[in-house]
Design a binder for this molecule. Structure first.
Ligand code: 13P
Ligand code: SF4
Length: 316
């Protein structure tokens, strides 16, 4: 690209559309991506929908996963014959990083006879140690398929694990990990907003802390929160999850108002995931043009990591 004359957003969009066609590429975007990326994607969704969609892609040669790196890895595990690209290979995830595979292996060894259930926000190494993966959209349904007295290890998100324990009456052993965005929502500020807008249901992602989940009118994955906003008769909503979802909420419900729940420290802009927001339209363009960065996974590790994803898809 000409550094002196950077392309305009419209030029970038035109080029992305052209390259997608020329290269037989499909662009998938998570709801936490910036609005311009969501708008140009072929398919947007929560992590469950993106994994499901990737698993159905037959014709495409290239998948570009606009989200965080583990989502690109999930797509690669499900589509080993396709080239999987990500706009920025540094788009990690603080939750996945809170659970290194070697430490998790020790945790599993310390709990013999436990089944290992992991949230999809994990590295390939952790997936390879897992019996079945879940997303926030299907965690309860999948865990409900196991006998109530089945001992389970759940990692890496302690908040999602606590939430599932509370709604299923289980006592899963939890890995002590968390997401830096969802941990930071301020209960105090949400309660103030509830007082100010008593008609506004509070929508909460289950990665939030227990005290925030407790004041929710709806707890669910990004897709579930979006569906709730569409179906509800309420005119406004307080949204406690990453702010990217509000783009789609406003598009789907143009006559409704969405109020982002503030984090503890209102100067930090923490309800933006810094990793998700590393992706830009320009990086998406360059990644399609240059076909890099590419997600590659060691085949032997991939074999082991694929099984719990396929099990998840068959159970949900
Ligand atoms: P969803 O499962 O709702 O997509 O959320 C996953 C997530 O935290 C992505 O950061
Ligand atoms: Fe990971 Fe949290 Fe960002 Fe989701 S919002 S990608 S869980 S750091």
């Amino acid at each position: 690209m000409d550094v002196e004359n950077p392309m305009s957003a419209d030029q970038l969009k035109q080029e992305i559309v052209r390259l997608k066609k020329e290269k037989n590429a499909v662009v998938l975007a998570h709801y936490y991506q910036t609005g311009d990326i969501q708008d140009i994607a072929d398919h947007i969704g929560d992590s469950l929908a993106l994994a499901r969609y990737a698993s159905t892609l037959k014709e495409a040669r290239i998948i570009v996963l606009c989200g965080v790196y583990f989502m690109g890895e999930t797509a690669k595990l499900l589509c080993p014959d396709k080239k999987v690209l990500v706009p920025d290979a540094n788009a990690g995830c603080s939750l996945a990083d809170s659970c290194p595979a070697d430490e998790f292996a020790k945790f599993i060894a310390a709990h013999p006879d436990h089944m290992v259930v992991s949230y999809v926000n994990t590295s390939v190494g952790v997936k390879a140690l897992t019996d079945v993966l879940v997303t926030s959209g299907n965690a309860r349904a999948i865990i409900d398929t196991f006998p109530q007295d089945q001992p389970i290890i759940f990692g890496p998100d302690r908040n999602l694990g606590n939430y599932i324990n509370s709604i299923t009456g289980r006592n899963m052993v939890l890995w002590d990990g968390a997401c830096h965005v969802h941990e930071k929502f301020s209960l105090e500020k949400i309660l103030q907003l509830k007082e100010q807008y008593p008609d506004a249901p509070v929508l909460v992602h289950p990665e939030c802390r227990k005290q925030v989940v407790m004041v929710a009118d709806k707890v669910g994955s990004t897709a579930a929160l979006l569906a709730y906003a569409k179906e509800s008769n309420a005119r406004r909503f307080i949204v406690a999850t990453e702010s990217g979802i509000i783009h789609q909420m406003k598009k789907d419900c143009p006559d409704k108002e969405f109020i982002p729940a503030p984090p503890n420290d209102s100067t930090c802009g923490c309800n933006d995931c810094a990793f998700m927001k590393l992706n830009t339209l320009e990086k998406l363009y360059r990644c399609l043009r240059d076909e890099t960065p590419e997600v590659n996974i060691d085949p032997e590790l991939a074999e082991r990591a694929r099984r719990p994803i396929e099990r998840m898809l068959s159970l949900s």
